[in-house]
Design a protein around this ligand. Structure first.
Ligand SMILES: [Fe+2]
Length: 415
């Protein structure tokens, strides 16, 4: 024990959702233990996020991200059965690794996670896989996590999966189906992924450069900022365990939960103990229904969150990007950004919601045809420090549910 030991329990709790006594008891015990054994200190920021898409989709998806986000195409890691495109903003924000399976017949654990869900099965290779966290001592972190019952892919499995050989990867969570990886890197070193041959793909680069030119012409390059939060949806009964499991795997703390009673849902926020800026390490948000699906007919409420999880499986629902506070010609930046992106043919699920007076404005894009992921934009005004506003979350949850119904109908009519 020393004077510099982290304390993950000093943050004030926000929100109005009541947790079980079990959650409150083990939240304290888990974080105290994590701090005491040094894991909180050794596990740092999100270094990368991994997304896999259908064969033939990664070029278009990189272009889409180049237009809608601040990410730049860096390099492609070419291996026997995958292409892995590395996207980067800077070393102050996490990378995105976009993986494309080269052979549509290739089967694997990430594909299997999609195949038992009716909409997920239609794009079996499309899913957000999880985050890579930077650690200061990989061996120590892995040994401590194994002693806490965390299960890792072995080296042979990582090689077969064609994931970077210098990352230790925890097997998919039974609650979120996401993985967590650990990459050892001193803060001042550049990120390196030990996988395949590094090439610049002409087709990816061409699409990237065109999208960036459009982004600059529209004036979006200075307005769209790094990732603010990542939102995962889980089954109702897994809300508390998904949060506690993520806190066990990361150095995040529990920020608090909003009860969105009229959408039969709650939104639960965790954040990094090390970095206040979400641009360095995004907040991780978990959304779960308040009641399982078979109770709906008794309580008569919509259930967009549980519907999503039943249709796609537990998984990441959206990636939220911050929009710079300010305005363009009298229009809030977020409204300007959304109008500009709509002019390039991208759809949004609803209008920009809430107002400057309420502190923040948010919107959801339609789900990407390439990754099935939604992009959220969020602009916080002035000194608003609430992170979320309850009514925004309710409106967004509702809007996402409407898209959900459409997708299910389309999937059913196609099958
Ligand atoms: Fe969100």
């Amino acid at each position: 024990m020393n004077d510099t030991q982290m304390n993950s329990l000093t943050h004030p709790k926000h929100g109005d959702k009541t947790n079980s006594p079990w959650f409150e008891e083990f939240l304290v015990k888990l974080l105290e233990d994590r701090d005491r054994i040094g894991l909180t200190d050794m596990i740092r920021e999100v270094d990368a996020m991994m997304i896999t898409v259908e064969p033939g989709c990664s070029v278009a998806y990189v272009s889409e991200l180049a237009l809608m986000t601040p990410y730049h195409y860096l390099v492609t890691l070419e291996s026997a059965t995958h292409w892995t495109h590395v996207l980067r903003i800077s070393m102050n924000s996490p990378d995105i690794l976009v993986r494309e399976v080269r052979n549509p017949e290739l089967r694997g654990i990430f594909r299997s996670l999609n195949e038992v869900y009716p909409i997920g099965a239609h794009k079996p290779n499309s899913r957000y896989m999880g985050e890579v966290l930077r650690v200061t001592n990989l061996h120590a972190v892995v040994e401590l996590q194994k002693a806490r019952e965390m299960r890792f892919f072995n080296q042979e499995q990582i090689r077969k999966l064609e994931l970077p050989g210098n990352i230790a990867i925890v097997k998919p969570s039974p609650y979120t189906h996401n993985i967590v990886g650990y990459l050892e890197r001193p803060a001042e070193d550049i990120r390196v992924y030990a996988l395949g041959n590094s090439v610049i793909r002409d087709d990816v680069n061409r699409g990237y450069l065109e999208a960036k030119e459009t982004q600059a012409q529209l004036g979006l390059d200075t307005l769209i900022q790094p990732i603010d939060h990542l939102a995962t949806r889980v089954f109702s009964q897994n809300r508390e365990v998904a949060i506690l499991e993520y806190l066990s795997l990361s150095s995040y703390y529990y920020w608090g939960s909003y009860d969105i009673a009229n959408q039969n849902s709650s939104t639960n926020v965790t954040k990094s103990v090390h970095y206040e800026e979400e641009s360095v390490s995004p907040a991780k948000v978990f959304t779960a229904a308040n009641h399982p699906y078979f109770i709906n007919h008794l309580i008569g409420l919509p259930s967009p969150t549980e519907n999503f999880v039943r249709n796609y499986g537990p998984r990441l629902h959206h990636i939220a990007l911050a929009v710079a506070d300010g305005e363009v010609s009298g229009q809030a930046n977020i409204d300007y950004v959304v109008d500009a992106i709509k002019s390039r043919g991208k759809d949004f699920l609803l209008d920009v919601i809430r107002s400057r007076e309420e502190g923040l404005k948010q919107i959801f894009s339609s789900a990407s045809e390439h990754s099935s992921l939604i992009i959220e934009y969020v602009q916080r005004f002035g000194d608003f420090d609430g992170f979320f506003a309850k009514q925004n979350v309710a409106d967004l949850t509702h809007a996402a549910g409407l898209e959900e119904n459409l997708c299910l109908l389309q999937a059913e009519s196609a099958s």
